[in-house]
Design a binder for this molecule. Sequence first.
Ligand code: SAJ
Length: 435
Amino acid sequence: MKNLQKVTIIGLGYVGFPLACAIAKNNNYEVYGLDTNKERVDKINMRISPVEDRQAEKDIKEVIIYATTEEEVLKKSKFIIVCVPTPIDEERRPDLTPVIQAAESISRNLQKGQIIILESTVNPGVCEETILPILERGNFRGGIDFELIHCPERIDPGNPNWNVYNINRNIGGLTKQGTHIAANFYRSFLKGDINEMSSLKVAESTKIVENAFRDVNIAYVNELAQSFDKLGIDVYEVINGASNKPFAFMPHYPGCGVGGHCIAVDPYYLIEYAAKNGFDHQLLKVARSVNNSMPHYTVQKLVDGLESIGVNIKGAKIGLLGLSYKANIGDMRESPALEIKKELEDLGAIVLCCDPYCNGHAPALINEILENCIGLILATNHHQFMEVKNWKNVKIIVDGRNCLDMPNIESQGIIYEGIGRGFPNTPNGKIVNEI
Ligand code: SAJ
């Protein structure tokens, strides 16, 4: 039997599992998955995808991945790829616990010649200052007895065009030779360009910079939205106008907040690391603060709207459409909708939540809300909500994603409030979505 190279992926979630499938489709590799979640391991061994990922749900029927909770599997792997979460804690401080635990399991099983690759998003310095010392607890030295590489993940959940196979990747490592070996490993099963970079820190920085860029740009339009609401100008029409400039402008769109495990999280990793090294990222901090203010801004629009029709929010039945952080997926991590729900309940509202992708947490049906709620906030632009035409007994709608048909709503005598739409009688009710 051909001596296949063994690969173990640690962390079989929305990043690790599609990656494991992509590697397993190349017949030169025998792929193992290591995860602490027994239910997830059992699912994979029954060839069922543990994540919502169209491509992976198809791939798992064609490949074999040996999933386990036993770390001894690491001993026999040439390549070990770490794809565990890098969240923030209650105080919005970086939490490297999953990464440290993965590094410790690797360290306990480390073999000469292994190539250790971190895909989880981290700030510059984590590989060399946190992971490497753990791996060097024994007699092996990085860059000599084993390689340490960073290849930041770029999965975009729910994106129909970009997936693990076709997106370009950046890669950096302790040594140039190790980086090249790891880059050729990725080239053997991916189609995107693999860009070999000069160091671990540069590779770590690239991903953080990508996502902090997005956070700052979203904060920019969120601040514009608050300003233009006062000025009676529709910021959407302005952004769409600016977008017809074929260079030097990149549209982002205002909304009820920024959620997810990337954009809402990654900037804190750079803010904290830079502060430890004597630099204060004021712009990144202000951007985070503007984006974190949007859930409250959205709730306040509802409170003001209800007051304008003589209704107190205390005791009022309010609908919340969407708990996910973005459209058409069921992921509530850092979702602004959760903050909106909490603030509504703290104000004494009776909140009915509807989210077809998170129905375990949001059991209300859309019609139940339309028939029983005097006001509603749309927090997630799921396509199901955008198909509603008759808003029945609702008297005020706050469209937290500016995705609803404003003229249709106003034609039913309902107060429509968007985020940055200026005065409700915006002449151009053109609806646009996020990029
Ligand atoms: N959002 C806005 N306005 C925008 C864009 C997004 O308010 O103009 C909000 C969304 O509603 C959501 C949050 O920001 O709550 C994050 O949205 P996102 O589209 O950035 O989705 P993510 O978190 O899945 O980001 C991923 C990232 N991909 C990786 O980290 C590999 C990010 O780098 C991508 O730019 C993003 O997908 C994408 O472009 O879809």
